[in-house]
Design a protein around this ligand. Structure first.
Ligand code: 2AL
Length: 244
């Protein structure tokens, strides 16, 4: 099967890291295609960034549909454009925040999220509420790190994230910690073995969920509100999104 992972930001070092971590957990017969859209923000850490990442995501879904992709992962913790992507795709589309939070809710009764900037905490809370995960989510913690700090080797990012995860474990009394950025995917197992608590990375969970849904023959429902978008013209910069 073919799973396409869309890193909605345009930072290719992050896309390559995401692809590598995804391939490590994928089954032998799974092909992982990891991409960044040709347009969009270099990193996503605001509602503005999220909104401007969505056309690029939908363009990658359009190409994936022509390319016989079986399932998609949106690899950004805000799950930008998730429902629009589902409308445009036949197969399952999974966001990493929804994947990680659901996994956390299955292995325990409580989790805390450790994310990048303070300003993204509201986005994570909003998603927890929307997914019915608020009752499991004890705290959303920020590390005062920009998303792109995670790409700078030799930066203090790992030490800072590890310290925040330790605080979450000690102060929030949670069963697990959810990592709140796709760029943290490579740190997951290292933090887990350092702290001795379950640490959940949405990229790898989403890959395994996508594989399961495809194997079970489950696709996105097309009978109601996730039906393919209606044909209509789009103008200006969005002209190429017109559907006939
Ligand atoms: C993210 C993420 O996962 N990728 C990105 O560019 N921004 N989310 C976040 N909270 O920092």
């Amino acid at each position: 099967m073919k799973i396409k992972i869309i890193n909605p930001n345009t930072t290719w070092s992050m896309t390559e890291k995401i692809g590598l971590c995804a391939r490590r957990v994928a089954a032998a017969g799974t092909e992982i295609v990891a991409v960044s859209p040709g347009m969009g923000p270099a990193s996503i850490e605001s509602h503005y960034d999220e909104a401007l990442s969505v056309p690029g995501i939908l363009d990658e879904i359009r190409k994936g549909e022509a390319d016989a992709v079986d399932a998609y992962v949106i690899a950004c913790f805000g799950d930008p454009g998730l429902y629009a992507a589902r409308e445009a795709a036949r197969g399952p589309v999974i966001g990493i925040a929804e994947a990680a939070m659901h996994a956390a809710s299955l292995i325990g009764n409580s989790f805390s999220v450790v994310t990048t900037l303070e300003r993204t905490c509201g986005i994570a809370w909003h998603l927890a509420e929307m997914y019915g995960m608020q009752r499991f989510c004890r705290k959303v913690r920020a590390c005062a790190l920009n998303v792109l700090d995670l790409e700078h080797h030799g930066s203090d990012a790992y030490r800072i994230i590890l310290a925040e995860c330790r605080q979450a474990m000690q102060q929030d009394k949670v069963d697990s910690i959810v990592l709140g950025c796709a760029g943290m995917t490579d740190l997951c197992k290292k933090i887990e073995s350092e702290l001795g608590i379950a640490v959940i990375d949405g990229v790898t969970v989403a890959v395994k969920l996508a594989e399961s849904l495809v194997q079970l023959g489950l696709k996105t429902g097309k009978r109601r509100d996730l039906a393919f978008p209606l044909p209509k013209p789009y103008t200006g910069l969005l002209e190429n999104f017109s559907r006939s």
